[in-house]
Design a protein around this ligand. Structure first.
Ligand code: SAM
Length: 160
């Protein structure tokens, strides 16, 4: 069973560059995502709205920023895919020597590993969101939460 470290090994045709140390953009992680998946192989490639319920924990003081979110059925989550390499320009997703540019893929391996998912908001419970539709490892840092742009106007006016 390959580990995530094994999965970081270069595959035939893949090209890594000297990307230097990531001088991260001083993001504030606003929370942590709790999912059933411990390894990258366990994770779905893309989440599905009928996937398992996952818990999105929002840290204080940012939990106060959840006010009004309960009015939305779907929200967009941005998260930091923190456990992959960040230096590939060409990738071979099928390990078959056929390569594609990083920016033509939704692979987690990218210079700034931001993942996005449109998820179904099951409920807001205090500082936690219960959602379906995720595809990230347990403990993945949360970068941002936005209401679905297609539903920019909430179905019901925000409470309070
Ligand atoms: N839905 C997001 C997107 O399109 O931007 C992420 C898609 S990416 C293909 C999802 C895959 O990233 C998962 O199947 C898993 O292999 C990997 N992954 C999930 N969480 C990760 C993490 N915290 N660090 C590194 N890789 C992760």
């Amino acid at each position: 069973m390959p580990t995530d470290r094994d999965r970081d090994a270069l595959r035939p045709g893949e090209v890594a560059v000297d990307a230097g140390a990531p001088g991260d953009a001083r993001l504030r992680f606003i929370g942590r995502i709790h999912t059933p998946w411990a390894t990258r192989d366990d994770c779905p490639r893309q989440g599905r709205m009928d996937g398992p319920e996952c818990r999105v924990e929002v840290f204080a003081p940012w939990d106060a920023a959840l006010k009004g979110l309960e009015a939305y059925e779907t929200v967009e989550l941005l998260y930091w895919l923190d456990r992959g390499r960040r230096d590939l320009v060409l990738q071979s997703p099928k390990s078959d020597g056929v390569t594609t540019g990083t920016f033509a893929l939704r692979s987690p391996v990218r210079p700034n590993p931001i993942g996005t998912s449109l998820v179904r908001l099951v409920k807001v419970s205090g500082s936690n969101l219960i959602v379906r539709g995720l595809d990230c490892l347990d403990g993945t840092p949360l970068v941002d939460i936005k209401p679905d742009r297609c539903e920019f106007t909430p179905k019901a006016p925000p409470k309070g």
